[in-house]
Write a protein that binds this ligand. Structure first.
Ligand SMILES: C[S@@+](CC[C@H](N)C(=O)[O-])C[C@H]1O[C@@H](n2cnc3c(N)ncnc32)[C@H](O)[C@@H]1O
Length: 292
């Protein structure tokens, strides 16, 4: 969770370029957003101020708005064209509903005062952040006492097949797929924060594509560009590499119908900022009476 593999400026540029195509490819991202929201089912929180970090085209922001119709929802993203789509796509505001706000901002340097939000949420953004621990620290900093952190990110098994097929070309090229964290290291990262009741869980998805090229095209359409990876090998996705990867991928990871399969692991995490830490004199003594 601490390695610096990402060039944030390039991430912003790649997502800015994909703002117009993102929604047509983002089926898994929407499914993850629905499932992340479902994590709120058993919470009783009634937030007034909600923050969505890395809102993209705003699907998860809209879910948060529907779920907390009286809350003021703020959405930030590093890519202004993404924000423009999110702003355009927001539903008409009901007279009683609070206003939405949109701002360009980096998840690792949020432009908000401490304790500004009751829920700080983020769907599938942390994997694009160079310093996830710094993003977590910022999420916690802007969270108010009694508030909830809720986010998802991709896990270690994501794009395993593509990583293996690239590795078959060269060890160096395997690094074109980001090193995603496993659920344990995500839990460890949460434990470093002053938060309570951290909980993590995960879902495994298998998607199929006509071939490896279709998968790579989809990743590009989503803005998931390997150009944001530091020290990436030169001759990136050259014709020779693509031919090799397509062949190896099809040979090793074909489904029964001849399509190739790709694994995506989504990790979910939540944690609370306790209103006030419990002290000894708050513990109510239990009187133990003797037998009848
Ligand atoms: C995979 S998309 C997810 C978008 C949205 N949350 C969703 O569920 O569809 C990742 C988003 O995170 C944004 N992003 C990446 N790095 C960021 C950073 N450091 N700070 C803020 N946003 C960032 C990208 O611009 C992109 O819109």
């Amino acid at each position: 969770m601490s390695e610096q593999h990402i060039n944030t400026r390039r991430v912003g540029r790649a997502f800015s370029r994909s703002a117009a195509t993102y929604d047509q490819h983002a089926v898994l991202q929407r499914e993850a957003a629905d499932r992340l929201l479902a994590h709120l089912e058993f919470t009783k929180i009634k937030p007034q101020r909600v923050l969505d970090i890395g809102c993209g085209t705003g699907y998860f922001t809209r879910l948060l708005r529907q779920h907390f119709s009286r809350a003021h929802v703020t959405a930030v993203d590093i890519a202004p064209p993404m924000l423009a789509v999110a702003r355009r796509e927001q539903p008409r505001r009901m007279p009683w509903a609070a206003k939405n706000a949109f701002a360009a901002a980096d998840a690792c340097a949020l432009p908000f005062a401490d304790a500004s939000f009751d829920i700080v949420a983020s769907n599938l953004v942390m994997q694009w952040v160079g310093e996830p621990q710094q993003m977590l620290a910022e999420m916690r900093r802007v969270l108010a006492p009694g508030g909830l952190l809720l986010f998802s990110t991709f896990g270690r098994r994501t794009l395993n097949e593509l990583r293996q097929s690239l590795a078959d070309f060269s060890h160096e090229h395997a690094g074109l797929v980001l090193p995603f964290p496993d659920v344990t290291s995500l839990g460890d990262a949460l434990m470093k924060l002053p938060v309570e009741l951290p909980v993590t869980d995960s879902d495994l998805f298998t998607l199929t594509y006509a071939d490896a090229m279709a998968l790579i095209r989809e990743l590009k359409g989503l803005g998931a560009s390997s150009s944001a990876i530091r020290n990436r090998p030169s001759g990136l996705y050259g014709r020779r590499l693509l031919k090799h990867v397509s062949k190896v991928y099809a040979a090793r990871h074909s489904a029964a119908d001849g399509r190739i399969s790709a694994t995506f692991e989504v990790l979910y995490a939540q944690a609370w900022y306790a209103e006030a830490p419990r002290t000894f004199d708050q513990v109510i003594p239990i009187e133990v009476s003797g037998g009848a």
